[in-house]
Design a protein around this ligand. Structure first.
Ligand code: AVJ
Length: 324
């Protein structure tokens, strides 16, 4: 039996498939969703603690100062399910959950993540820290989970997509993603999205080029992961971490640049990849938004902006949308 190229590719595990496609494309690219193995999770925790990485603290400030307003908007009288897409460690969300509990709001917290492991840790922690919380972790793809909830459950949904995770979508994919969320919600449901905002380009670039080199290690860790999981021989010393920020598009893009001409062999996909001197691999986009762009994005995808909740310095916005 002979297989077509497409069949062979879909049989490979997703990492192998995407590495094969990405490193045989021109220009070369890898996907930041693969940053988060166990070591990558740890490095991201370190990034969030960096002085230069303002995003996490800015969003925490939004929650601390705007939680009353948020509850007024979504209305605490009616029962709802709070669905958090890509919950992570849930430490920021905890501020809101605790407040809703104190106010005797009738809601259940449904963190959604692809990783069972992440969810189990989150559940354990939340049960210890907020004992009376009704928590229903759901493992799986965001859209499948939302579709399932819509089908089985008739209470109002308030969905969260926080932390500027939306920034990782390129311009051509973000609308598609939001329309899919929209199609799995009901009219009147809410979606709150965390957007990092356009600001002094120097501040943004520093957040992705920290002085301790944690972000560099975070990017290089994907090459290390490919070495370990796909039997590759990337020499990490021959790649330079190079983030750039374009104030017009708001895109902060990270590249790993090959410092010399070299060949890298990846056993699991039976490929040897050639790098020219100074050839880049595009690793990640973290897009920054202007309030007007947030408005346009909501309109284009079937939502209306109810209100933007800002931190005191307007570095970050948690934008509350409603399905129209
Ligand atoms: C987790 C996607 C929000 O883009 O700011 C941090 C990931 N990359 N430093 C971001 C990240 C480099 C982060 N998000």
């Amino acid at each position: 039996m002979s297989l077509t190229l497409k069949e062979t590719q879909t049989m490979l595990d997703p990492l192998a498939r995407d590495v094969k496609i990405g490193l045989t494309s021109q220009p070369k690219r890898l996907y930041s969703k693969y940053f988060y193995d166990a070591r990558g999770d740890g490095l991201f925790q370190q990034i969030m603690a960096l002085e230069e990485y303002y995003l996490t603290r800015a969003e925490l400030e939004v929650f601390q100062t705007q939680k009353e307003r948020l509850l007024q908007i979504i209305g605490g009288e009616e029962t709802f399910q709070l669905v958090e897409l890509g919950a992570g460690d849930g430490q920021k969300t905890k501020v809101l959950l605790e407040y809703f509990q104190q106010q005797n709001v009738d809601f259940s917290y449904c963190p959604v993540d692809i990783s069972e492991n992440v969810l189990q840790q989150l559940e354990k922690r939340m049960r210890a820290e907020i004992p009376d919380l009704t928590i229903k972790p759901l493992a799986g793809d965001y859209f499948d989970v939302l579709a399932d909830l819509k089908f089985k459950n008739h209470s109002k949904t308030v969905a969260f997509f926080l932390g500027s995770n939306i920034g990782n979508f390129l311009a051509d994919k973000v609308q598609q993603f939001l329309v899919s969320i929209h199609d799995n919600l009901r009219s009147g449901d809410y979606l709150m999205i965390g957007f990092d905002l356009k600001k002094d380009p120097k501040t943004i670039l520093k957040a992705y080029n920290d002085s301790k080199g944690v972000t560099k290690a975070f990017n290089l860790n994907l090459l290390k992961r490919i070495n370990n999981e796909l039997g590759a021989n990337f020499d990490l010393d021959k790649f330079q971490h190079n983030p750039v920020y374009d104030p017009q598009t708001g895109e902060c893009r990270s590249y790993l640049v090959s410092t010399e001409e070299q060949e890298v062999t990846i056993a699991a996909i039976e490929k040897t990849v050639h790098f020219d001197a100074w050839e880049p691999i595009f690793m990640e986009v973290s897009k920054k938004y202007a309030p007007k762009e947030i408005e346009e994005l909501a309109q284009a995808t079937g939502f209306k902006v109810v209100e933007n909740l800002y931190d005191s310095q307007k570095r970050f916005a948690d934008s509350v949308w409603q399905v129209v």
